[in-house]
Design a protein around this ligand. Sequence first.
Ligand SMILES: *Cc1c(COP(=O)(O)O)cnc(C)c1O
Length: 406
Amino acid sequence: MVMAKRSANYIGTRTTAIHAGEAPDPGTGASAPNIVMSSTYVVDEPLGFSVHDVGEEPPYIYSRWSNPTIDALQSKLAALEGTEACLCLASGMAAASAIFLSNLSAGEHAIVSDVSYAGVAELARDTLPRFGIEVSLVDVNDQAAVAAAIRPDTKLVHIETPVNPIMRLTDIAAVCELAHSAGAKVSCDSTFASPIATRPAALGVDYVMHSTTKYIGGHGDALGGAVCGASEAIAALNVEAAIHHGGIISPFNAWLIARGAATLPLRMKAHEETALAVAAFLESHPKVTKVLYPGLRSHPQHDLAARQMDNFSGMIAFQVGSAAEGEAIAGRMMSDLEVIHYAVSLGHHRSLVYWMPTDALMETSFKLEGAQLESYRAYAGDGIFRLSVGLEDAVDLVRDLDRVLE
Ligand SMILES: *Cc1c(COP(=O)(O)O)cnc(C)c1O
């Protein structure tokens, strides 16, 4: 039985999330996609050994070059982001290092958000300078600071919004305008937003990055990363980062992440609904001194959030007073939480919470001083709890939190 390929002309995001990149198997009619785990492919014509030999649309040759299961996920994510192409890699960090190492050379300059995912912050601050790349860590929320940091040799500006762990937002379109007018490219870590909340490419971003380990996969069982953008940029990234640096994703993980992505629009709606209820509870709790959730009017950038995000996502940061109080509550969370898991990571169906003391994070990851440290403390105080609101009922999450906040 051979089936015609369905046309990929979908109007709605839910339909796109389910059907993009997929078609019934032409051999068996299987409705769910197969997993192709093969590392190599039988060919019926002479082909080269180098990726530079094989022409525009090569057949499948070797799975580090391309693989049908990974291709299916890439098509689905490009459709959800509204970009021409997508490259999936082994982790979010593989996606970040792909962007940095493929766009920057010795003697060039990059601007990286002074607060970002800890691994990205450490890669930018500690690794890139070893290769002769100069990095300025800038509060990208401050457009004057970005403008002042841009130099003739600036090649890349990397932002993250909302940013881990303090939920600070960056005006994507404004940063793109500044960077592009100076000839620099922009990459945006959109992991906390997901393609349901924000489509950075439509606002000018050249490389939209995700840890697909988080919302896109959504179930806490597969590490992965993705970079979405224009065909030419992604093809170049594919040759260098995937084929030569080798950080490709396992087809099995790609299959799990694609299955998760099918329900992303529905999950994000539920994450947002429950997070709003939990954030309102936290805001009214006497022990809680500050709640940072883009969907709350009290968020310092609520207007930007309303403009830039179609969904406020499920990530909440909250403070409880002194670092000692935070530590004591973190201890109670480890022993007394019954529903929420005390664990790192985010975006899963299970709710996760983690205590992030400011001093410790400064020592290991961010090393901010002066005005930048003050700006961080304005959001985080002496420490914050990062809460990833899952898909459980709000009533159970509120009861769990209430028990440990006593
Ligand atoms: C988790 C995360 C990453 C890193 O992704 P991995 O899949 O763990 O390598 C990068 N950025 C953000 C915002 C993240 O939350």
